[in-house]
Every structure is written in structure tokens, then in C-alpha cells.
Design a protein around this ligand. Structure first.
Ligand code: C2E
Ligand code: CA
Ligand code: CA
Length: 487
């Protein structure tokens, strides 16, 4: 045995000892790590603050439950629950109180459901419940949840009433397991878009409506770049002199395949999906460009633009309009901002600041669709408004309905008391016109006088004195002497 072999034999036990020590340390470490991993997985499967399941864990439970439902020919239901207008809570009370509400709502949901139910937090104020049973059982649960939400929530000592919207999808009745949460969410969202505060079962039609909406919004995004929008104009007529005092700009969308799409359809979509900003900007620029063209042709009238709630909340709206007016050499008092009564009554700081700036800028402000909101005399006087537009709904059945006549009469009195000019919109018959004039309306607007038409057509009508088309217009229509002070 040489020296090397002797040394090898001596080192062997040491090496073996080192090997076993390493192995046992490794085993211990692995055990500690797997325990930690298990704890973390369990924690990860639950939302920290509410203790509800996470969406991943909920989906895993749904997967298991769907297998059970398949084997036993039973049904199960997913309910998605959203706290309505949750933004108001975070804006009004701050993030900490909003987080408390989310936790309180989670506790109420858990208390409503069977202990075997899985309850999960999907998003900030959205939850999902997985329960056994079909439409009957889930509808009963939805009623219990609705009743639980009817109890006021205590937020910073205030008793605040909240509502929730609940969408229900039943497996396998309402589709494959992979779609069931989406279908419940679709039901909940479609309920929310019509006011919420209730529950409803999924209907396959909801899918096609949502798809249709998505396609339309996609086209709407491209419509501006592709020049598919056009502005039409409808005149407002002085009830006494029958002269045109203004032209209201109304947007038109010529869709390449759908044809004409009404602003009643796409303006609310533009507002909902954040597209009203660029569209509103285009309308203001285009209306001023047109007003400049009319002024060059010797026509003197105001141009009126519908301003959305979103635009009213932008802090640079007034400065932007001032810039466009200056670029076209137009006076601010020749520009009318039509703001709906509902938006005008929004008491947000941003809206009120915009009104204040409008007053300073000297814009002509008109309160649109008047009579549909809840204005008080005090709130009206606070606004820099010069004009009220009576909503078409009251004008429509003026001849048949005593109640509409009384409402219009009191709106006219209110307007006079506030020193406001009163415009009646949607005038279609001579009977309506006569009643409105007798009641003291200052201006009239409607199909009786003119449909909304393109800027060029309005100009042509004006140049031809327009009398051929409508006996309602006088020759003096668009007289250049009228409103000479305005430019
Ligand atoms: P609005 O501001 O109340 O506009 C009046 C609506 O009544 C217009 O519908 C007009 O074409 C229609 N109208 C006018 N006279 C008569 C009449 O005698 N009979 C009947 N039945 N209807 C009449 P339009 O153009 O479809 O616009 C609908 C709504 O879309 C507008 O209601 C306004 O809220 C919104 N809108 C239109 N253009 C714009 C825009 O450029 N910006 C914004 N934010 N909203 C717009
Ligand atoms: Ca309007
Ligand atoms: Ca209106």
C-alpha cells in the first residue's frame, strides 16, 4: 500500500461524514422550504384584506365543481357582484374608507351564502360566488344579497346607502365551464349599463350586444382619422321676427358599411369609452370654421355646440374654445355652449370652475333638455346661463296633454324670473308653434322650420332667402343687419 492509498483510506470516513451531513441539512432545508411554500400558496389563494379567495383559487374550485356537476348531472351557478358607483365612495371618502367598504361588503356576501360556497374578490369592488344549484337557488341567493346591501353601510360615522348589481350564469345551462364567469360578468355589466341595483340571469343575446358595441367602438376610434364625421346645423328662429338667431351644430357619422349612425347611439358610447374628448374637439373646431365661412358670406348668427359632461370637467376647455374663436376671428358671445340640465347641475368643482370661466370668457350658455333634471331656482341663478331649451318631450304632446302645457308655462315663467331667453326644441306643427308663441317662448327650433342640414346647404338656403322651402321663414331671414353688434 503506497502513501497515496493510505491517505485515501484515511480521508474516506471524513468524506462520508461530510456527505451525510450535507444530505441531512438538505432534507431539513427542503422540508422547511416546502412548508413555507405551502403557507405562501394558501396565503396567495386568499385576498389579504378580505380573506376571500383569489380568482386563481376560485377558478380551480370552479373546475372541481364542474367535474362534480358533470358526473352527478347537477347544476352550479356563478354570481358576479359589483358595488354600484364605487368611484363615488373612493372619491368622496378616500381610499382607506373605500377599502373598509370592500371588506364590509365581502363579509355580507359570505354571510348570505351557504358555508360550502366559494366567494372570491375579482377586482376592487367586484366579487364572485360559486354555489351549487341552478337558476332558482341562485336567484334566491341574489335576493338575499340585494337585501343585505339594502342595509346602510357605516362610513366614517355616516350611514351610506349602497346598491349592487348581480349577474348570474348557470353551468351547464349558460355555457361551457371556461365561459361561465365571463357570462355572469356580462349579465352584471349589462345590468349596470341600464342602472344596476338588481340581479339578472345571463342571456345569450347579451354576448352579441356586447360584441356589437365593441365593433362599433372600434369603428368610432377610426372615424375621426378617416373623416367619416360631418356637422349638420339646425336653425333657431326668433318667435316674433322669424329671423334665425343661431344654428345648432349636430354631429353626423357616415359609417362606410352601416350607413348613418345616430348620435343618440354613438355619443353615449364615445362618452363611456373615453372618445368624446377628441370628437368634442373636432366639433368645436369644425363649428367655428363653418361660422367663420358664414360670417365671410355676410351671415350673422350664433353657432351652438353641444358640450358633454366630460368636456365640462376638462380644465382647459374654455381656453381651448377661446383659442379656436380667436383663430377664426369670432366673438365669444357668438358661441353658444349647450349643456344639458343634468350636467349643469353636477356640483363637481371641475364643472363649476368651467362655468365660472365661461362667464368670464363671455360665452353664450344654454341649458339643454330643460325639464328632465332637477334644477332649483337658486341653482339656475348661480349658472352663467343666458338661455333655457325646453326638452322636446314637453313640446311633442303640447297640443294633446294639459300637463305638458302646464309644465311649459311654468318653465317659461321660471326663465323670465331668471332673465333667461327660452327656446322650445322639436317644434313640428303649427299648432305647437302657436301655443309656444302664446306662452311667451323667445326662440323656436324644429322640423317645422328646418331639418338639420349641412353647413353649405344652410348657407345656400340663406342666400336664396329660403322662402321657397318653408312658409315659416320670412324674407328677412339671415338679414345681415341682424345681430350686427355680434361681429
Ligand atoms: P339635442 O342636443 O337635444 O339635439 C336635438 C335633437 O333633436 C337632434 O337630434 C335633432 O336632429 C332633433 N330634432 C330637432 N328638431 C326636431 C323635431 O322637430 N322633431 C324631432 N323628432 N327631432 C328633432 P340628433 O341630431 O339625432 O342628436 C341627438 C342628440 O345627440 C343631441 O340632442 C345631443 O344630445 C347629441 N349630440 C348631437 N351632436 C352632438 C355633438 O356634437 N356633441 C355632443 N356632445 N352631443 C351631440
Ligand atoms: Ca342641444
Ligand atoms: Ca335638446
Amino acid at each position: 500500500m503506497n502513501t497515496l492509498q493510505v491517505l485515501g483510506l484515511c480521508a474516506l470516513p471524513v468524506l462520508l461524514w461530510l456527505y451525510w451531513r450535507e444530505r441531512s441539512t438538505h432534507r431539513k432545508t427542503t422540508a422547511v422550504m416546502s412548508r413555507a411554500l405551502k403557507d405562501a400558496t394558501e396565503r396567495l389563494g386568499h385576498d389579504d384584506r378580505t380573506g376571500l379567495l383569489t380568482l386563481d383559487m376560485f377558478e380551480a374550485k370552479l373546475n372541481e365543481a364542474a367535474q362534480w356537476a358533470d358526473q352527478s348531472a347537477q347544476s352550479l351557478s356563478v354570481l358576479t357582484v359589483a358595488i354600484d358607483n364605487f368611484g363615488l365612495i373612493s372619491n368622496g371618502f378616500g381610499e382607506t374608507s373605500a377599502a373598509d367598504v370592500v371588506k364590509l361588503a365581502a363579509e355580507r356576501l359570505v354571510a348570505c351564502a351557504d358555508p360550502a360556497a366559494a366567494v372570491c374578490k375579482v377586482a376592487t369592488a367586484d366579487y364572485a360566488l360559486l354555489v351549487s344549484g341552478g337558476a332558482d337557488a341562485s336567484t334566491l341567493l341574489a335576493q338575499r344579497i340585494k337585501a343585505a346591501f339594502a342595509q346602510p353601510f357605516d362610513i366614517e360615522g355616516e350611514r351610506v346607502n349602497l346598491t349592487c348589481s348581480i349577474g348570474i350564469a348557470v353551468y351547464p345551462l349558460h355555457g361551457a365551464q371556461a365561459n361561465i364567469i365571463n357570462h355572469a360578468t356580462l349579465a352584471m355589466r349589462s345590468l349596470q349599463s341600464s342602472g344596476g341595483a338588481d340581479y339578472c340571469l345571463y342571456d345569450p343575446k347579451m354576448g352579441s350586444q356586447a360584441r356589437e358595441e365593441a365593433l362599433l367602438v372600434n369603428d368610432l376610434r377610426q372615424a375621426l382619422q378617416r373623416g367619416h364625421f360631418e356637422l349638420y346645423f339646425q336653425p333657431k328662429i326668433d318667435a316674433q321676427s322669424l329671423q334665425v338667431t343661431a344654428a345648432e351644430a349636430l354631429i353626423r357619422w357616415h359609417h362606410p358599411t352601416r350607413g348613418f349612425v345616430s348620435p343618440v347611439v354613438f355619443i353615449p358610447l364615445a362618452e363611456k369609452y373615453g372618445l368624446i374628448g377628441p370628437i368634442g374637439t373636432w366639433v368645436i373646431e369644425e363649428a367655428c370654421r363653418q361660422a367663420h365661412g358664414w360670417a365671410d358670406s355676410g351671415l350673422r348668427m350664433r353657432v351652438a355646440v353641444n358640450i358633454s359632461g366630460y368636456q365640462m370637467r376638462q380644465d382647459n376647455l374654455v381656453e381651448f374654445i377661446q383659442g379656436v374663436l380667436a383663430a377664426h376671428g369670432l366673438q365669444p358671445q357668438r358661441f353658444t355652449c349647450e349643456i344639458t340640465e343634468t350636467v349643469a347641475m353636477e356640483d363637481t368643482q371641475a364643472t363649476q370652475l368651467t362655468f365660472e370661466k365661461m362667464r368670464h370668457a363671455g360665452f353664450h350658455v344654454s341649458i339643454d333638455d330643460f325639464g328632465t333634471g332637477y334644477s332649483s331656482l337658486a341653482s339656475l341663478q348661480r349658472l352663467p346661463a343666458a338661455e333655457l331649451k325646453i326638452d322636446r318631450a314637453f313640446v311633442m304632446d303640447l297640443e294633446q296633454n294639459e300637463m305638458s302645457r302646464s309644465i311649459v308655462k311654468s318653465i317659461v315663467q321660471l326663465a323670465k324670473a331668471c332673465n333667461l331667453r327660452i327656446v322650445a326644441e322639436g317644434v313640428e306643427t303649427t299648432g305647437q308653434r302657436d301655443l309656444l308663441v302664446a306662452m311667451g317662448c323667445d326662440d323656436l327650433q324644429g322640423y317645422l322650420f328646418s331639418m338639420p342640414v349641412s353647413g353649405n346647404e344652410l348657407q345656400k338656403m340663406a342666400m336664396n332667402r329660403f322662402s321657397a322651402n318653408s312658409a315659416e321663414f320670412r324674407d328677412s331671414l339671415y338679414a345681415t343687419s341682424f345681430m350686427n353688434d355680434m361681429k
